[in-house]
Design a protein. Structure first.
Length: 169
């Protein structure tokens, strides 16, 4: 089941985030730094309402964070997947796919015409997942990050959502 996050989900989501990131998938140094500083999972710029969570047998097993990519009104037709993570034991069971499907549904219901994301070029399993659900490559920022002594590309991907014909009139 996928639903909106609640404040009481915070400990479970923080635990998933803390165990899900690696140099291949993201930025563990940021997660480690935030954990050492006692940073909460939810914050003013990342409140529960922008998260969808996946539950299995009543347990939170994953999340997806959806944000506007910028504060500009000219960019308001786009939503950004600003994070997705699934607990290790729940991986390879379709949880991430269901979270993405729910994000697409949420974005379309809120008038978005495009859902975008950034993924490290080293995270081939995530890239394959995004491609399998209709995301396309829109660009690559070559050597954008230096992780564990090596350069890593930042891959830009997006899924264009159908727009209502009523909106086009």
């Amino acid at each position: 089941m996928v639903r909106h996050a609640r404040a009481r989900d915070e400990p479970a989501l923080a635990a998933i985030e803390a165990t899900s990131w690696s140099p291949m998938s993201g930025f563990p140094s940021v997660i480690d730094r935030d954990r050492q500083r006692g940073r909460a999972f939810f914050s003013d710029d990342s409140p529960p309402r922008i998260h969808l969570v996946a539950e299995r047998a009543g347990k939170v097993v994953g999340y997806i964070r959806l944000k506007p990519p910028s504060p500009l009104p000219e960019n308001a037709h786009v939503l950004l997947i600003a994070g997705i993570a699934v607990e290790g034991a729940a991986r390879r069971h379709g949880v991430a796919g269901r979270l993405i499907a729910a994000a697409v549904e949420y974005a379309a219901a809120h008038g978005a015409e495009k859902l975008s994301l950034r993924v490290l070029g080293t995270n081939q399993p995530a890239i394959a997942l995004y491609e399998s659900v209709g995301f396309e490559h829109e660009g690559v920022l070559r050597r954008e990050f230096r992780i564990d002594g090596g350069y890593v590309d930042d891959v830009l991907m997006a899924k264009h959502l159908p727009t209502s014909t009523l909106r086009d009139l």
